[in-house]
Design a protein around this ligand. Structure first.
Ligand code: HEC
Length: 484
């Protein structure tokens, strides 16, 4: 199978780009240090509103109680959760563990303000901030100090910051979150020394917003809230959101904010004709319209996509996806309610346009659909590969970004160019961490060149698993962000 013949033909595509999930979002593995709220979030576990540990359900303590070590206690004399580690312990707390202190040369303490904050404000607080996707904030000393041991364990095991690509393939990608060994050592030593605060005067300059768009030109929200289908656990619904442009603009960045993250399993925003979308919407009862596979309307392609783990996306400098005044956007949302109650959702997207009058090279999100697989029951390491011709077949195209996608049984996904040049490789697929990976320099695919995508799965079920839209089906899919 090949990707479309010409970039202009991307319009004619009707392909499936969906996803699903079955894994519970909060349990002892995903929330080892806190407790799980009713909405499935991992909470700190040491506040009176959300008390608990080891991924158990959070408890609200009675008014007179405190939360001490993950349990509600009537004894308020200990000072609750804040008692441990004291304020400025320079030794004491860590005592035995790894000998981290010796690495700093004895006397000098590794402190929050001097050593740790310069790392966390670049590498952690993009997610671990008020309103961020992380389950707790790590913006202040008071927030980070009780988490010191958990922070050490997460960075030493390289669970945090999350970063999925194999470093030896295609990268380093823009925004690589991998910490250096020296940074990991600093966080370890700080935790081992009892998480000393240090002197606020040592604090580094704040780096500006991390993980957010630098500028928001439009915020488009579903006109009405929508409650997912009461009968289907996988509900695909499209909603018109209208940028109401008066002239052509290029989308150079976006940030999709799912209304109810627990039930929104993906969002793809397709460019559509505004009037056609209005008609489609009016012909079906309720907000929006049913749309499996794509927007159900003719579309020159998407402007962007969101799956769990996707943050704000800024397209490579000088490129963007063009929108004209007659175009609207159809937000295709896959709701999955297998393991979560149905509640009204109102998802929105923030857009950043190129400044008026600046020239921007038109880019496209080209889909790669490798759908010919059939994973036998109980298979392990079942592998499937497909190659895709350059869509122009003549002209070289420049591939700037890649967004691989599988469902929850996926184990690995790799995309390569001619002569097996590795473009991106996700050796341990995790449905919860999906995003576009951008190269600092584009990869030029020659006119006669092809890309190859290879996926591997385990199938623990007793049925054959094929390509499909449902959460329990699988995919071997990617978007390539490319220009001529
Ligand atoms: C891209 C977003 C993101 C970044 C960046 C990030 N985290 Fe997280 N973190 C999360 C999310 C979401 C969870 C909860 C789900 C999970 O564990 O995957 C989490 C969980 C955690 C946990 C508890 C679970 C565990 O694995 O131990 C710790 C501790 C943690 N993060 C520390 C950090 C530290 C320290 C940094 C920076 C060095 C960091 N995180 C960077 C999103 C992020």
């Amino acid at each position: 199978m090949s990707i479309p013949r010409s970039l202009a033909l991307v319009a004619a595509l009707s392909l499936s780009a969906s996803c699903g999930s079955a894994r519970a979002t909060c349990d002892a593995t995903s929330c080892p240090t806190g407790c799980c709220s009713t909405s499935g979030r991992c909470e700190l576990g040491n506040t009176t509103q959300a008390c608990g540990s080891s991924g158990q359900a959070c408890t609200s303590c009675a008014t007179a109680q405190q939360c001490v070590a993950g349990a509600c206690s009537n004894d308020t004399s200990t000072g609750g959760g804040t008692a441990t580690g004291g304020g400025t312990a320079s030794t004491g707390g860590g005592t035995t563990s790894t000998g981290g202190g010796s690495a700093t040369g004895g006397g000098t303490a590794t402190t929050w303000y001097k050593d740790v904050l310069p790392i966390t404000q670049v590498s952690c607080t993009g997610c671990h901030r008020a309103g961020g996707v992380g389950p707790f904030a790590l913006e202040t000393y008071a927030q980070a100090m009780p988490m010191a041991a958990a922070m050490k364990s997460a960075v030493v095991a390289r669970r945090m910051p999350p970063w999925m690509p194999d470093p030896s393939c295609g990268g380093p990608f823009v925004g690589d979150r991998t910490l250096t060994q020296a940074q990991i050592d600093v966080i370890s030593q700080w935790a081992d020394q009892g998480a000393p605060e240090g002197n606020a005067a040592d604090a580094p300059m704040p780096p500006g917003p991390v993980g957010q768009l630098p500028r928001v030109d439009a915020t488009l929200t579903m006109a009405e809230a929508y409650t997912p289908s009461a009968t289907r656990s996988d509900d695909y619904r499209c909603f018109l959101v209208d940028p109401a442009l008066t002239g052509s603009r290029s989308v150079i960045g976006y940030d999709i904010a799912p209304g109810v993250a627990a039930e929104v399993h993906h969002v793809i925003i397709y460019i559509v004709d505004r009037n056609a979308a209005r008609t489609r919407d009016m012909n079906e009862a309720g907000p929006g319209w049913t749309c499996f596979g794509d927007s159900g309307l003719t579309s020159p392609g998407p402007i962007g996509a969101w799956a769990p783990g996707t943050g704000a996306v800024i397209y490579p400098a000088g490129t963007g996806i063009q929108l004209t005044a007659s175009q609207g956007l159809a937000m295709q949302i896959h709701y999955n309610t297998n393991s979560t109650p149905r509640v009204p959702d109102q998802t929105s997207v923030r857009l950043m346009y190129s400044p008026q009058g600046t020239a921007v090279t038109a880019a496209y999100l080209l889909p790669l659909v490798a759908n010919g697989f059939a994973i036998p029951p109980n298979a392990t390491d079942y592998t499937y590969s497909e190659s895709f011709d350059n869509p122009t077949q003549v002209l070289p195209i420049k591939i700037y970004g890649l967004m691989p996608h599988m469902h929850t049984l996926g184990k690995s996904i790799r995309i390569s160019g001619p002569a097996n040049t590795c473009l991106v490789n996700i050796p341990r697929w995790d449905f919860h961490w999906q995003q576009q990976y951008f190269r600092p320099q584009p990869f030029t695919l020659p006119g006669n060149g092809a890309v190859t995508m290879t996926c591997t799965w385990d199938n623990p079920t007793s049925r054959m698993i094929r390509w499909g839209e449902a959460t329990t089906d699988e995919m071997c899919f990617a978007y390539l962000y490319a220009t001529r």
